[in-house]
Design a protein around this ligand. Sequence first.
Ligand code: SAH
Ligand code: SF4
Ligand code: F3S
Length: 469
Amino acid sequence: MNTATIDAVQTRKLYIESYGCAMNFSDSEIIASIMGEHGFIQATDEYDADVIFLNTCAIRDNAEQRIRERLKHLRATKSKNSDLIIGVLGCMAERLKDKLLEEEKLVDVVAGPDSYRELPKLVAEVDDGARAINVLLSREETYGDLNPVRLNSNGITAFISIMRGCDNMCSFCVVPFTRGRERSRDPESIVKEAIDLRDQGYKEITLLGQNVDSYLWFGGGPKKEFKKLTPEEQESSVDFAGLLEKVALATPQMRIRYSTSHPRDITEKVVYTMAKYPNICNYIHLPAQSGNSRVLEVMSRNYTREWYMGKIEMIRNILPDCGISCDIISGFCTETEEEHADTLSLMEWAQFDFSYMYMYSERPGTPAAKKFSDDIPEEVKKRRLQEIIALQKQISKQKNEARVGKVCTVLIEGNSKKSADDWAGRNDENMVVVFPKETYQKGDFVNVLIERATTTTLIGKAIGKNAPF
Ligand code: SAH
Ligand code: SF4
Ligand code: F3S
């Protein structure tokens, strides 16, 4: 067999579709890297693919329903190409395990978030006529040594995963079950990835973890509390503030963002580090989930309304202009009208720039599903959610209108959704800003005078380039 024939046999096309949070999108880049080392190149679409992977989310029931619908649609694609291999990866795969193979007959591969190194082997098993599954969770896997292949990238902004899993056990949440125990990634590999991205021309990175404030590196392995480390481990350990500083110093030309902070764990040290380095963006995503202390307790969030407010005050004292966003759940088990009103009053008080808002969706196997009944009727959850959304819209509009007449620095990410004549990017505080292109280029930092505002967007005019750091 000559080389050309070998290539023809070995090169196969992979199409990855990602659902859910940024961590899943980041994982798909790891998957592309692993598969790439085994001869798989990216397909342009599902019809061009030999293998289709759906990297799935299980956070709410509707996230899983969406995948079920997608699989129905893929039946038609598979009926035209019987060799097509279909894999379900990620959180829904981990949650349902072999049940997914029983329920969805067209699925050939099921793989959980810690088994991606096994994917080439699982595909080979399917080539041999089997259906293949690996949903083992790990206490150590961070994929820290891999070079992610950037997918659907704008070439300007990129994610870097700094930790995996979550040890928090918020009672409503499926993530600890789908992503396993928390573990932190080696800071040197994180810094190296940031430098590689800079060298490829990227201008902004977002460090990702479910609870970045509990990042702690002391030589690897499962999470340990700082006070349980040996004196030598403590000495050489790196916490989240330390990691932020390392990345900020290693890539001073790049903007640095991160997500998600936990109100229980966010420290002054992190916020002072943000204040110290101009390239760390003034933006914090700090999910409250509820504004009522009793509801927070049944959610096992481990903080009260007052504690949360104290954290917002701490942030605003150190970084007065910091953008702050929130996640809120309406109609959690046992929530009364008064308790829902507390969520609205917390929103009024905190003046979030924007929020992600959801109706509670019971997830089988979670502490809430075991302990409480999902007792708030659907229409009540919906009405409360609408009240929450209406209030957030009003706050976002007011806050955005207050920015009219001001100048902010925007990193251009690409075309505006509405017009190819306009650029879109974000300012330091993570607000979307749109303005006419003129002679500016993607990847430029530009000063923009804000002239108009909607609930979600600032609209303005460029007044010159800016090298902010
Ligand atoms: N680690 C992050 C959030 C991860 S999940 C944190 O602790 O904040 C993203 C958001 O989905 C959560 O903040 C929560 O608002 C929402 N969410 C999680 N489980 C949910 C459920 N069962 N029903 C509705 N929303 C949920
Ligand atoms: Fe879920 Fe809570 Fe962990 Fe966030 S911190 S991923 S909400 S368990
Ligand atoms: Fe969904 Fe898993 Fe992220 S459940 S929100 S994809 S961690």
